[in-house]
Design a binder for this molecule. Structure first.
Ligand code: SF4
Length: 352
């Protein structure tokens, strides 16, 4: 299987083709992924987003991996919907530390009518700071998608999580079809789609292939494809799940890169458990987006500064938001952050 000799953007992948990519020797797969990556992206740039949980816990859904489900006792403190002003403050702080996109997540099955004025105010406020906006609020109907798009929401995140075949082992309170409907509503409203899944939940390689096949054969590829590694949280049904071989995680990133060469593939939850070498290998496989900040919704995320130090060591620059109104200020913030990271490294060396 050589993806380099095929048309590059396709929506007609077969399961056999995707499974053949997974079966490639590791070096051949990495070579194909990196070669394609370089045709569409600067290989030394990574897009940086910050995630803010605007409403935490007490979710009625039963996603087996999720500490926010009300069905599992994970010790997570429930929080009400955050005040709009507080969200804007968080977004300002994210911007000051170099993020170009601010993602707001609420643990809901779907937003209620009474919530919509608040979330649209959040979108408008964050957008007025010159940041790209993204939300993940659960299922959306046509009208809700339209309202969010009109408020200026750039991206909507809604993951497929896994293959249609394995899905029922992970979630029973909403169907795969429900998820596809929400994604269609988001697209029809004109927003960009952020959609990926989670690996390491006990699925087979054919399920990882099945998930990527679903994403790659959508009429338009999601602009952003988060690939999450399961974070095992005590109290959830997947707390004792066996570890996934790290190379299988990297393979998933590489195949996602090959199937969706124009999309940003995001190294997402689970990064905390990855050492620097594994993250570097994920970038080499074609990952070019990360979440940065202290928390990834409710699971720990490597602290921002550590990320910047890794970027520095690898010669990676945060990707600028191209249509940013005051791009100069944004670039200055990013440069500042990099300099601080350099200083911290210096102090670390002196102290040792
Ligand atoms: S993943 Fe989302 S929908 Fe599922 S339980 Fe967690 S917060 Fe609720």
């Amino acid at each position: 299987m050589n993806a380099l000799t095929q048309p590059l953007i396709r929506h007609d992948w077969t399961r056999a083709e995707v499974e053949a990519l997974f079966a490639l020797p590791f070096s051949d797969l990495m070579y194909q992924a990196q070669t394609l990556h370089r045709q569409f992206f600067n290989p030394n740039e990574v897009q940086v987003s910050t995630l803010c949980s605007i409403k935490t816990g007490a979710c009625p859904e039963d996603c087996a991996y999720c500490p926010q489900s009300a069905r599992y006792d994970t010790g997570l403190e429930r929080e009400k919907l955050m005040a709009v002003e507080k969200v804007i403050e968080e977004a300002k702080a994210a911007k000051a530390s170099g993020a170009t996109r601010f993602c707001m997540g609420a643990a809901w099955r779907s937003p209620k009518g009474k919530d919509m004025p608040y979330v649209t105010s959040m979108v408008q406020g964050v957008k007025s700071l010159g940041l790209e906006t993204c939300m993940t609020l659960g299922m959306l109907d046509e009208q809700q998608a339209q309202t969010l798009a009109e408020a200026g929401l750039d991206y909507y995140n809604h993951n497929l999580d896994t293959s249609p075949e394995f899905y029922g082992d992970i979630i029973t309170t909403r169907t795969y079809e429900d998820r596809l409907n929400t994604l269609a509503n988001v697209r029809n409203a004109g927003m960009k789609v952020c959609c990926g899944g989670i690996v390491g939940m006990g699925e087979e390689e054919s399920d990882r292939a099945g998930l990527l096949l679903q994403l790659a054969n959508m009429p338009e590829h999601p602009e952003s494809v988060p690939v999450n590694m399961l974070v095992k949280v005590e109290g959830t049904p997947l707390a004792d799940q066996a570890d996934l071989d790290p190379f299988d995680f990297i393979r998933t990133i590489a195949v996602a890169r090959i199937l969706m060469p124009q999309s940003h593939v995001r190294l997402s939850a689970g990064r905390e458990q990855m050492n620097d070498q594994m993250q570097a290998m994920a970038f080499l496989a074609g990952a070019n987006s990360i979440f940065y900040g202290e928390k990834l919704l409710t699971t720990p995320n490597p602290e921002a500064n550590k990320d910047m130090q890794l970027f520095k060591r690898l010669g990676i620059k945060p990707e600028a938001y191209e249509v940013h109104e005051d791009e100069e200020a944004q670039q200055a913030a990013i440069t500042n952050q990099l300099q601080e990271a350099k200083l911290d490294q210096f102090f670390y060396k002196v102290a040792n």
